[in-house]
Ligand binder design. Structure first.
Ligand code: ZN
Ligand code: ZN
Length: 451
């Protein structure tokens, strides 16, 4: 079995991997780079040998894993795509949104190759999508390989992928969380029988404080919300549309039920609303806490958006859960911030990752009174609001991932989905604790023989 990393750089970006055994060829994930534009944002599919591709397997519906799926499918028209049903349905909503974003960028930034695909093409390629349940080993059509999904605990539908070939096995973690979130339960991964592990290394440079607990972090957020309410202000929480919106919405519900925050309305908006509808659709059919609980109808403090495109109006003593999480230009959280962050009564609470080039990062690291450039075509806004950061990552801590790999003791570990310093942390730890395991950083375009 031969492995090839199809990403263009070694950092987190257009995640995609290629497996070849004899005549059998499989692609794992087909992501789009969040920072690059045009074809440079897609994986380097040109590294694959010409000819047939038997299957594409998608781990979950985040953009950096599914964003270039239509491009991969257009190169391999009749290739089946295997994924869980929620990944396909949520992925479809994400990809349609991506068409809109690319169409706008074509005009604004003059990127002539955009959109890389159209709404119509998205409807057509669905004919090749095959939904497979977690926990059932299935034949990859036309090959001597089997695939099996394991719950990854990251977002709705997220899965680790096992590939088996005649007694050999490779397990791809995808993005994983070994700790329960508010909605997602912890990952349920195989504890043995893995020869080669393809491991995400997102948080390898992040050392969690020894006294960290999700519960105390939640209580700290509750205290900030309560303070802001007392000061007659509101709280803006920029969130990723997929995953973080739903987790935080449910967390607000819990905090209210526990009496830890006052009674105040919660607003959601942007793409997050659309994705929440799908979370509710699968509320009883996916493994999660609060099975059957519907976020949009069962949370009484939620003010469901009446009409799409109605502009959100600021009011005092409210919570705004708005996408995107990094406050990228042209998103709801960015636009809402224009009239929000100059008010000293208000608070902006960050709950996830912000890229160093994003407006969210600039705001998060700014001092009071500093002028923040939120959008290219807008004058800067002076920051007078309180800014706080919380750790509610949908990714496992590096220690949890390392503990898992050390429990399974694969013969080979391939480090992916992380920056070099992150991967070096994992390498050092595995060299010390499981010295018999070969640790590999698969460089783009350099094939690795697995067995
Ligand atoms: Zn992800
Ligand atoms: Zn990812």
């Amino acid at each position: 079995m031969r492995f090839c990393n199809l990403t263009r750089g070694s950092e987190i970006g257009a995640n995609s991997y290629f497996l070849e055994h004899g005549k059998d060829r499989v692609m794992l994930d087909a992501g789009m780079h969040p920072k690059q534009v045009g074809l440079a944002a897609t994986p380097d599919f040109g590294q694959m040998p010409h000819g047939k591709l038997d299957a594409i397997i998608v781990s979950h519906a985040h953009h950096d894993h599914i964003g270039a799926l239509p491009v991969a499918q257009s190169r391999h028209e009749n290739t089946p795509v295997l994924m869980t049903e929620p990944t396909g349905e949520v992925g479809s909503a994400m990809l349609h949104n991506s068409v809109n974003v690319m169409t706008r960028q074509r005009e604004e930034k003059n990127i002539l190759e955009y959109p890389l695909f159209t709404h119509g093409e998205l409807d057509e390629i669905r004919a090749q999508w095959l939904y497979r349940d977690v926990g059932r080993s299935v034949e990859i059509p036309g090959t001597n390989l089997q695939a099996e999904f394991y719950d990854a605990g990251h977002i709705i539908g997220s899965a680790g992928v096992m590939i088996r070939q005649n007694g050999n096995s490779l397990f791809y973690t995808g993005d994983v969380n070994f700790d329960a979130q508010t909605l997602e339960r912890e990952a349920n991964f195989p504890k043995e029988g893995v020869d080669v592990m393809l491991v995400e290394t997102t948080r390898g440079t992040y050392e969690r404080p020894a006294d960290y607990s999700r519960k105390s972090e939640k209580e700290r957020l509750a205290a900030v919300i309560t303070d802001t309410h007392e000061a007659m202000g509101s709280v803006l929480i920029p969130v990723f549309a997929l995953g973080k919106t739903q987790e935080l919405l449910l967390m607000m519900h819990e905090l209210r039920q526990e009496g830890l925050i006052p009674n105040m309305p919660v607003f959601i908006g942007g793409l997050g609303t659309k994705i929440t509808v799908l979370y509710d659709h699968y509320s009883a059919r996916t493994r999660r806490s609060y099975s059957g609980f519907r976020l949009l109808s069962d949370i009484d403090i939620l003010v469901a958006p009446r009409k799409r495109r109605t502009e959100l109006v600021y009011q005092q003593r409210a919570i705004y859960l708005l996408s995107s999480g990094m406050m990228t230009e042209n998103t709801t959280s960015n636009q809402f911030a224009w009239k929000f962050i100059d008010n000293p009564r208000n608070t902006v609470a960050f709950v996830g990752y912000t890229d160093p080039d994003s407006p969210g990062f600039a705001l998060r690291n700014a001092k009071k009174g500093q002028a923040i450039k939120l959008a290219a075509d807008r004058p800067p806004v002076e920051l007078h609001s309180r800014v706080e950061s919380f750790d509610f990552s949908a990714h496992s801590s590096r220690e949890s991932i390392a503990d898992y790999v050390e429990l399974v003791k694969p013969k080979k570990v391939l480090l992916v989905h992380g920056e070099e310093p992150s991967q070096e942390w994992f390498r050092a730890r595995f060299n010390e604790r499981i010295p018999a395991t070969e640790v590999i950083r698969p460089m783009p375009g350099q094939p690795v023989d697995l067995w």
